[in-house]
Design a protein around this ligand. Structure first.
Ligand code: PMP
Ligand code: GLN
Length: 408
């Protein structure tokens, strides 16, 4: 399913970014920020190139970066990892995810993810010959499942939500029911792409309990860890009983606004990390040399540097979601990340696939249909939903809102 007519099928992000170029449209599709990296991080990379750090670094990653990753996990989450044996640098979270699934999943093993899910998950599970089981996120209903992070009405209002906004949450019963003796890996993603949901402590505890009961491993994708707008990121590895069965993955791309650098990392106990290293060495062998000391410098920045980006993004989230709501979309006000999910149903547009194809030309704006994050492109109730990125500069967001307003 990765090819069609002898061509590699482009990912939805590549396809929509190409449409943006073709029509000169504003690109609220692919999740890359307009923000510049922190000056100290950019300068450190330039300096590393000048110093001649341009050849293969060690396969496991430069010691300075592995030490910085361990120090960051200890400082922020109280998690202690040995930088020599429990930390692996990867070529983005993308490679970390691929190496994890390829190392751990045998043909026929089951892998559980939420649905919607980041599109790579389905592809990499398929490459490993795994069987993909999904747990659907469901619209929060009054009296319905309430397992999202502290997002009852009061917290919702504090988080900038209005009555009638869209909110997708985890149904804990469905989550537990997805596990079986065939489950090898549960792949969690918090904060979550595309919804910006931060999984609640109760949900994460349920994952750990079921993983223990079924002797499954936990792979956790936490690339948006520092882009939380209300409340703190909860790393699942820090929960009781989780550490030894958890492979934690993150990346510099979002935290330092360097998605093109492709530096990610994995922390896991030694035996698991060794299995992943065995795969990683045949995928890329090693990862961008001069970027590694630069990311190490970034991870050591004061806490305020991390908070600044989140606060700034939060303001842009509000700009986009308030504007979309005024135009007539039903919107979600995410707790974290780069994206809002907007329902075009109230505008009489129930088919987001068709709408996303037309919008670049008709409105001059690119968005991603939520169907891209569902198996078989079938999103059920979410068939009319679009994902829009607010990690763009204010002028771009304002222009996009004007264009969408004129179009609607
Ligand atoms: N996981 C999620 C949830 C993502 O959104 C992304 C990309 N934005 C990645 C992984 C890939 O990260 P990287 O760019 O570091 O490979
Ligand atoms: N993670 C980015 C997003 O969700 C895209 C990364 C990619 O293009 N593969 O938009």
């Amino acid at each position: 399913g990765l090819m069609r007519n002898g061509q590699a099928l482009p990912t939805v992000f590549a396809r929509m970014s190409a449409l943006a170029l073709q029509h000169g449209a504003l690109n609220l599709g692919q999740g890359f920020p307009d923000d510049a990296p922190p000056a100290a991080v950019a300068e450190a990379a330039i300096e590393a190139i000048r110093q001649g750090r341009n050849q293969y670094p060690p396969g496991a990653g430069e010691a300075v970066l592995r030490e910085a990753i361990a120090a960051h996990q200890s400082h922020w989450y109280g998690l202690d990892w040995d930088p020599a044996t429990e930390v692996l640098v990867s070529t983005g979270a993308t490679e970390a995810l691929a190496a994890s699934i390829l190392a751990l999943v045998e043909p026929g093993d089951e892998v559980i993810t939420l649905e919607p899910f980041y599109d790579q998950y389905a592809a990499i599970i398929a490459l490993a010959g795994g069987v993909h089981r999904t747990v659907p996120l469901v619209p929060r209903s009054p009296g319905g499942p309430d397992t999202a992070a502290g997002t009852g009405t009061a917290a919702g209002t504090a988080a900038g939500r209005s009555d009638g906004d869209l909110e997708l949450v985890v149904d804990e019963q469905a989550l537990r029911a997805a596990f079986s003796e065939r489950t090898r890996v549960v792949l969690v993603n918090t904060p979550h792409n595309p919804t910006g949901l931060m999984l609640s402590e109760a949900t994460l505890r349920a994952v750990v309990e079921e993983a223990q009961r079924h002797d499954a491993l936990i792979v956790t994708d936490e690339v948006y860890e520092h882009l939380a707008f209300a409340g703190e990121h909860r790393p699942i590895a820090a929960l009781p009983g989780a550490r030894d069965r958890t492979i934690s993955i993150s990346s510099a791309g979002k935290t330092f606004s360097v998605t093109g650098w492709k530096i990610g990392w994995i922390t896991a106990r030694q035996e698991l990390l060794t299995a992943l290293t065995g795969v990683k060495q045949w995928l890329t062998y090693s990862s961008g040399a001069p970027f590694q000391p630069a990311v190490a410098a970034g991870l050591a920045l004061p806490d305020t540097a991390f908070a600044e980006l989140a606060a700034d993004l939060r303001a842009r989230r509000d700009l986009l979601t308030d504007g979309l709501r005024e135009i007539g979309f039903r919107v979600s006000v995410p707790e974290a990340g780069y994206f809002t999910v907007a329902d075009a149903g109230p505008l009489g547009e129930p088919d987001a696939d068709a709408l996303a194809e037309r919008l670049p030309q008709e409105a001059g704006v690119v968005a991603i249909p939520l169907t891209a994050f569902y198996r078989g492109g079938e999103a059920g109730e979410a068939n009319g939903f679009l994902r829009m990125a607010f990690c763009k500069d204010r002028a771009t967001l304002e222009q996009a809102l004007e264009k969408l307003d004129a179009w609607a």
